[in-house]
Design a protein around this ligand. Structure first.
Ligand code: PHE
Length: 336
């Protein structure tokens, strides 16, 4: 038989054996048997050189084709067997692996909740810059040049007289400067004060500002909106209290509190046995502020309020140290 034919025959035989093979050890044995240094095909290929020149091309072609084919098959089979082995190693009785779940930061959750409640009452969300002008943060809000809040001890100043806003109230000014009443907006955002951090003070904190301007808006409207918010946030039994206070940009001004959500007003450590938890300030927009934005105080009235986001979150979740919100400790964050 011609060499080319013998090569093809051995290749067919090897191919059949490879196809039937089901075991990595056996596969290696087959490789040695056919393609090894003394393998059947290897030995035949060596004979090609001894052929008369006119027979060499055909045998050469048959040889290299057989070799390429077998090597390809061998590789395919090796992969298939490895995959199979892996499947066999899978322990189907193992419990599933739980991928770590990302969540919104607790402050974001509270802000979203606050925003949802006010949206339901027809308020629109507006945001303002964290780097503010002294004008928007203080002057336009009727805060006199010598007011202690402007002090370096309380306010972080940056370049060219700008500052990190100390409250969200400058957004009131920005909105009124660019729009006409009726206005019903809330503005959540980050604020900065030069405070030494402790359990209840953080130099970075969040507020939600509220502003309602129209004809004939009264203090009763303010109380109604705050009370409706309190009930939706903390349940139907929560009580709301307003007490006189002072802010340069509202007149009259008040601080408002909710009945303690922990002791239901009876008195406990969290509310320092007063039964009340202070939330923030509020009041009727001062006529001076209206004049600064070009509104006629004879035509329009309005109310504004602030809201301490950290404080609400601490109440809702029973958190006793405000610094936890900024530390990004996963053991803390994972609980919400
Ligand atoms: N901006 C005030 C503060 O930071 C809160 C406030 C807002 C008071 C709106 C009155 C009206 O304390």
């Amino acid at each position: 038989m011609e060499l080319a034919e013998r090569i093809r025959q051995v290749a067919r035989e090897a191919e059949e054996a490879l196809m039937a093979c089901d075991d990595p050890g056996e596969l290696e044995a087959l490789r040695v048997k056919y393609l090894g240094r003394k393998g059947a095909l290897t030995l035949l290929l060596r004979e090609i050189g001894k052929l008369p020149p006119e027979e060499r091309p055909e045998a050469g072609r048959a040889g290299s084709e057989a070799k390429r084919r077998l090597e390809g098959l061998l590789e395919e089979k090796r992969e298939a067997l490895a995959k199979k082995a892996k499947r066999r190693a899978l322990d189907v009785t193992l419990p599933g692996r739980r991928p770590p779940l990302g969540k919104r930061h607790p402050l974001t959750q509270i802000i979203d909740e606050i925003v949802d409640i006010f949206r339901g009452m027809g308020f629109e969300v507006v945001e303002g810059p964290e780097i503010e002008t002294e004008y928007h943060n203080f002057d336009a809000l009727n805060t006199p040049p010598d007011h202690p809040a402007r002090d370096l001890h309380d306010t972080f100043y940056v370049e060219d007289g700008r500052l990190l806003r100390t409250h969200t109230s400058p957004v009131q000014i920005r909105v009124m400067e660019s729009r006409r009443p009726p206005l019903r907006i809330i503005s959540p955002g980050r604020c900065y004060r030069n405070d030494t951090p402790d359990a209840t003070h953080s130099p970075i904190f969040h507020q939600v500002e509220g502003l309602y301007v129209d004809k004939d808006v009264s203090f009763a409207d303010l109380k109604g909106v705050i009370a409706a918010f309190a009930r939706q946030m903390f349940g139907p039994d929560v009580k709301v209290r307003f007490r006189p206070d002072f802010f340069p940009f509202t007149e009259p001004s008040a601080e408002y509190s909710f009945s303690c959500v922990f002791c239901k007003g009876k008195g406990c450590r969290v509310c320092k046995y007063t039964g009340w938890l202070e939330i923030s300030g509020a009041g009727m927009v001062d006529p001076e502020v209206f004049k600064n934005v070009g509104y006629d105080p004879e035509e329009y009235t309005g109310f504004a309020f602030g809201m301490g986001v950290e404080r609400l979150a601490m109440l809702k979740y029973g958190i006793t140290d405000i610094r936890l919100f900024l530390e990004n400790d996963l053991r803390f964050l994972e609980q919400f």
